[in-house]
Write a protein that binds this ligand. Structure first.
Ligand code: F6P
Length: 546
């Protein structure tokens, strides 16, 4: 009887015993007893400083976590990624998003194919397409230059490029307007198109599969909008596409020269480094995008070569596992304080929860522990005034990542002084708290309400400033962190079967919602009174409105 492959490991057991002892220790004591705690548990890599000292860790904790990383094959796993191995076993694919930000002239193989040849060709095509749109050389059907870009996509074909569009913002070059439409609710497209000049609007239909129903329906609506004001023949001059299915995009009516390929070895949530960011590139310029790639490439180099105990993605991954599996934290919050990172929590949410939200290991056996935390978050300043109450005084321990830049768009200024004092103050309140004995002049009745338990974990990530380069680095850091955690938990970080069943059922239900009487009857006979009741409510409302 060998037991569970992960949780019966001696390295896992050692961490469990260590956690039991550590549970009695408060971070107040950890700081009081070690004046060097910050330098011991912080790490600077280029323009990025990571302080992980406000976690319930000691040198022994870190050593035990690194032993676990070692025995779970993190070293071999990262080597496998950089050699183009089939990491996505259920779909028999490599996970080669690192190829998309490789800017040297070396080869990188997936099987027998050097993927870099295609990556470089497509990068060149994106650049010249973006240059022609931005310079006004490429025009719409009436001869007008494009001023508005509208991306139609969803999931990784929406959140990533939308986040990138903000991150690329500080490019000096002139900008086109850019909007992102994902929702099937017609209000999304309607609100975006209101006030746009169709003759100056270019749509980017972004879908790896080119079958996603939200995207295909919205793309058809966009075509109808173009036809209504510019005529039958207009759409092809106002559409570009990004897809792994070029023929489908061409069949939809996008000219082949405006279709930009991606490949099966890049997952949607890892694809912002590819043509998937086309809308952002058209709006902000290729140079800014190239800097985003350069930042990610630098983080790739660090992840690939740094020893595990000095490797930022590995350190953050193992601290995340410590918090989730040994200290019982059910969730984590991502809290960027810079406006241009405000979509980062949504991006990390998809990246982390779609990658590691799995119940079984690569061989199909149960994971046996909590893989993949619940990830949520929001802009730090706003979140302080909404959900921070629960982080400070709620009964659960929810570790946080605070992210901020040392310098803002105006350089050092008073606002930044206040912003960063908030970041540092919040992390201190979470870590050290405030004990009842520190509350003089407060009535006994009020004291319990004013006590902060503290001992709540956080990482603080400080970037020199928000530039495409630093954002590239930050984003790649989280990607690799998620990957390292997947290696420890033994899950496949690159598939997402959990999104399929809902999609299948939606397809099956469509005829009933269209009013097909036999489909409605079949639904009633199927015996799910909730679904048939909801469908009946919809059909009744539809009948009243039409
Ligand atoms: O449903 C989930 C998902 O497959 C994501 O993984 C992906 O990013 C998104 O849908 C969009 O897929 P596509 O780019 O193929 O339209």
């Amino acid at each position: 009887m060998t037991g569970h492959p992960l949780t019966t490991l001696p390295e896992w057991k050692a961490l469990e015993s260590h956690a039991a002892a550590q549970n009695a220790v408060h971070m107040r004591d950890l700081f009081a007893n070690d004046p060097d705690r910050f330098s011991r548990f912080s790490f600077k890599y280029g323009p990025l400083l990571v302080d992980y000292s406000k976690n319930r860790v000691t040198p022994e904790t870190m050593a035990l976590l690194l032993e676990l990383a070692d025995v779970r094959g993190v070293d071999a796993g990262r080597a496998a990624m950089f050699s183009g191995a089939i990491l996505n076993s259920t779909e028999n694919r490599a996970a080669l998003h690192i190829a998309l930000r490789k800017r040297d002239d070396k080869a990188l193989y997936a099987g027998d194919t050097d993927v870099m040849a295609d990556v470089r060709t497509v990068r060149d095509r994106i650049k010249s397409f973006a240059d022609s749109v931005r310079s006004g050389a490429r025009k719409g059907s009436t001869g007008k230059a494009f001023r508005h870009i509208v991306n139609i996509g969803i999931g990784g074909s929406h959140i990533g490029p939308m986040f990138a569009a903000d991150a690329l913002r500080n490019a000096k070059a002139p900008e086109l307007t850019v909007d992102f439409v994902s929702n099937l609710d017609a209000a999304h497209l309607k609100d975006v198109l209101e006030g746009l000049d169709p003759a100056a609007t270019l749509f980017v239909i972004c879908s790896k599969t080119f079958t996603t129903s939200e995207t295909m329906s919205n793309a058809a609506q966009a075509c109808a909008w173009l036809v209504a004001s510019l005529g039958e023949r207009a759409p092809s001059a106002h559409m570009a596409a990004v897809s792994a299915e070029t023929e489908k995009a061409v069949a939809f009516g996008v000219p082949e020269e405006c279709v930009f390929p991606i490949w099966d070895w890049v997952g949607g949530r890892y694809s912002l480094w590819s043509a998937v960011s086309l809308a952002a590139i058209l709006a902000r310029g290729f140079e800014a995008f190239d800097q985003l790639l350069a930042g990610a490439e630098a983080m790739d180099g660090h992840f690939e070569t740094a020893p595990l105990d000095q490797n930022l993605p590995v350190l953050l991954a193992m601290i995340g596992i410590w918090n989730a599996d040994f200290l019982g934290a059910p969730a984590m919050a991502v809290l960027p304080y810079d406006h241009r990172l405000r979509l980062f929590p949504a991006h990390v949410q998809q990246l982390d929860m779609e990658s590691n939200g799995k119940g079984v290991m690569r061989d199909g056996a149960p994971v046996g522990t909590d893989a993949g935390p619940i990830v949520f978050g929001g802009g730090g300043s706003d979140s302080q005034h909404s959900f921070f109450q629960l982080l400070h005084q709620g009964p659960r321990h929810i570790p946080c990542d605070f992210i901020a830049a040392l310098s803002g768009v105006n350089g050092p200024d008073k606002n930044r002084d206040i912003l960063l004092s908030n970041v540092f103050g919040q992390t201190e309140a979470l870590a050290l708290g405030r004990a009842a004995e520190d509350l003089a002049d407060i009535s006994d009745a009020l004291k319990p309400h004013k006590v902060f338990p503290g001992n709540r974990s956080s990482n603080t990530l400080l970037l020199d400033e928000i530039t495409p380069y630093t954002v590239g680095m930050l984003t790649a850091l989280y990607e690799h962190k998620v990957f390292v955690q997947s290696l420890v938990w033994g899950v496949n970080a690159f598939d997402q079967w959990g999104v399929e069943l809902g999609k299948e059922l939606a397809k099956k239900l469509e005829p009933a919602l269209n009013g097909d009487a036999s489909a409605v009857r079949a639904l009633e006979d199927a015996g799910n009174s909730s679904t048939s009741g909801l469908v009946a409510a919809y059909l009744e409302a539809k009948g009243r409105k039409s």
